[in-house]
Design a protein around this ligand. Structure first.
Ligand SMILES: [Zn+2]
Ligand SMILES: [Zn+2]
Length: 146
């Protein structure tokens, strides 16, 4: 995302969260901003180590804020287990499916056009559901661990 888009997106997220009664803090703004800037799934450790956040709060606070965003449906959790969990912002219009290494927990976005977009349409047609979406995670062993 471009810088202007990131700022607009952060402002929109904050507005949504305030409507739902969440307190606006500098740390919350920074968490969303850093996740948008990263543009890929990040771990809590990685996020907390960003200079802007490191100055602002500790890792426990970053974790608490990310979990709040997860509960509010603004963030998606990926990966194998708690220890190597990754978090990514759910940005409307941006869709990624991921590949997860079962050995080291590394995560990679799949750089191919999504294989199940057509299936989504078929499901909507046959079920009558609208706003159908999906999140896919494929598991395997990465080249480094093979
Ligand atoms: Zn691996
Ligand atoms: Zn997909």
């Amino acid at each position: 995302m471009q810088l202007v888009e990131i700022q607009t997106y952060v402002a929109k997220c904050i507005a949504t969260l305030r409507e739902r009664g969440m307190r606006r803090t500098r740390a919350l703004e920074l968490v969303i901003e850093e996740m948008a800037t990263a543009g890929r799934p990040v771990t809590i450790q990685e996020l907390a180590a960003k200079p802007s956040l490191e100055q602002q709060c500790d890792q426990a606070t970053v974790y608490r804020l990310v979990i709040k965003l997860l509960e509010q449906g603004l963030v998606r959790k990926l990966g194998l287990h708690e220890r190597s969990a990754y978090f990514a912002l759910l940005i409307p219009g941006e869709h990624h499916d991921y590949l997860v290494c079962t050995e080291c927990g590394a995560i990679k976005s799949i750089d191919m056009s999504c294989p199940v977009k057509k299936l989504e349409k078929d499901i909507m047609k046959s079920s009558g559901f609208s706003k159908v979406y999906h999140e896919l995670e494929f598991y395997g062993v990465c080249p480094k661990c093979a």
